[in-house]
Design a binder for this molecule. Structure first.
Ligand code: KG4
Ligand code: ZN
Length: 432
């Protein structure tokens, strides 16, 4: 642990016996009494730097990063498998596992090298343990456990969605409670974050996630065959093409419009999109790798349909949150994160909805929205500071296991339905 003493010259000269202090610094007992000294002499501030290594392997990205307690990212590394999975037509779990196994050692070592730290200098190791692909999660967990046991470091098991929800706090001041919308390749949920490990689930996905819908439709549209699309995720490819398309050219149905809750559903939109594509292909006699005419218009319309659905569910969530006084801070905030949260059209649209209800929308930079090691390391730091879920015992560390499925927080979606909030068409926030 590095200790920096920050004190005024006067305090230093008059109140502190320097030699005694230096002796104190040389052992842990000294460190404790120094802390005690500083708590009595309030003019002396003691800064203890803490470092956490975070490891992420819940899906198809092998990520590692080291952050300090000041929110500085000291070193990070990421190996994305997107390219390979796009070529294979989707994530194949054993392939994802093998790629994690091949890359994890290099990724972690690179993050540590960039941080210029030795494992001995870490204060803890955080690792994603839930939810995610079991085969992928296991690689990160086993690696992190081995490191923690070898270097006698505490292990902090992390919930992947909790990490997405807390990530923006690394660089922006966001006080609890706040709302959070997580939209990714595996999930879509709206929750109230009340503390580091306290969440109330306001809306949840009923079927496919928005990222999955983007990925599957991008594949069905054969976007990978277009120039400049290689290596992009389905969502990113659709966003790029949508920029030069007309979002009103194709009308998609409005999912769950009669359900007075904040739950999400993207399966209907995906089915409808597949149907439209098949129709256009038939009309234009398209076979093989050829892409449909007006693909940019199609992408813009599909992106708009997904965004409109998200925005309408969130609009009810904001009304519910006000009704139940869930957000008590002076400045009401909503965080948007997860891979789909890096979509600029989604961001701009949600901003309009938030503004209407006096909420500020906070989005991490796009590279922190998709999966990465920083979010896990930062979640570890938040948990270390709050002293929750930090495992120090060797036996407890050995017992850490993965959970393929894991809901986030307390489910209050039934209460949302019972609130019976109706939003008339004329009250829906206009997005275009
Ligand atoms: O959070 P994430 O990296 O991994 C999961 O935990 O799922 O999200 C990946 C998902 C993919 O489905 C990808 O298509 C989507 O996020 N995505 C996007 C964009 N960038 C990534 N969706 C829409 N627009 C984007 N720009
Ligand atoms: Zn994610």
């Amino acid at each position: 642990m590095n200790i920096i003493l920050q004190l005024s010259r006067k305090t230093f000269n008059t109140c502190i016996r320097k030699r005694l202090l230096l002796r104190h610094l040389q052992n842990e007992q000294g460190e404790r009494s120094l802390k005690q000294y500083c708590s009595i002499h309030t003019s002396v501030t003691l800064y203890c730097k803490t470092y956490i290594l975070g490891i992420e392997t819940s899906c198809d990205d092998t990520g590692a990063a080291v952050v300090d307690n000041g929110g500085n990212i000291l070193g990070e590394a990421l190996n994305s498998q997107t390219d390979i999975h796009v070529q294979l037509g989707g994530i194949i779990p054993p392939v994802a596992r093998d790629l994690h196994r091949q890359n994890i050692d290099d990724v972690v070592k690179l993050a540590m090298d960039r941080a210029k730290l030795k494992y001995e200098e870490l204060n803890a190791i955080a690792v994603t343990v839930k939810p995610g692909l079991a085969l992928s999660l296991a690689v990160g967990i086993n690696y992190a456990k081995d490191l923690a046991l070898k270097f006698r470091k505490p292990l902090i098991p992390i919930h992947h969605m909790e990490a997405h929800a807390l990530t923006p706090r690394i660089e922006t001041r966001i006080d609890f409670p706040y709302l959070v919308l997580l939209a990714s390749g595996g999930h879509c949920l709206l929750a109230a974050a009340q503390g580091v490990d306290q969440f109330k689930l306001i809306g949840k996905g009923q079927d496919n996630s928005p990222g999955e819908a983007f990925d599957k439709i991008a594949r069905r549209l054969k976007l990978i065959t277009l120039p400049g699309m290689q290596g992009l995720s389905g969502g990113a490819a659709i966003e790029q093409l949508a920029q030069r398309g007309d979002p009103k050219s194709i009308e998609f149905p409005n999912s769950l419009s009669k359900h007075p809750n904040c739950n999400f559903s993207f399966a209907g939109l995906q089915t409808q999109a597949n149907y439209f594509i098949a129709e256009i292909e038939k009309q234009n006699d398209i076979k093989g790798p050829e892409v449909i005419p007006g693909v940019a218009d199609f992408c813009a319309s599909f992106q708009y349909a997904i965004t409109r659905h998200i925005c309408q569910r969130v609009q009810r969530g904001l009304i519910y949150s006000d009704m139940k006084e869930l957000i008590t801070t002076d400045k009401k905030q909503m965080v948007l994160s997860g891979g789909v949260g890096s979509n600029m059209f989604v961001r701009r649209s949600l901003e309009k909805v938030c503004k209407h209800y006096n909420f500020e929308l906070v989005c991490p930079p796009p590279k922190l929205c998709t999966d990465n090691g920083v979010m896990i390391a930062w979640n570890g730091m938040e948990r270390l500071n709050a002293n929750c879920g930090v495992l120090e015992d060797e036996s407890a560390i050995k017992l850490v296991d993965l959970e393929h499925r894991a809901p986030l927080g307390m489910d209050i979606t039934q209460d949302v339905t019972e609130a019976g909030i109706k939003i008339r068409s004329s009250s829906k926030v206009k997005l275009l």
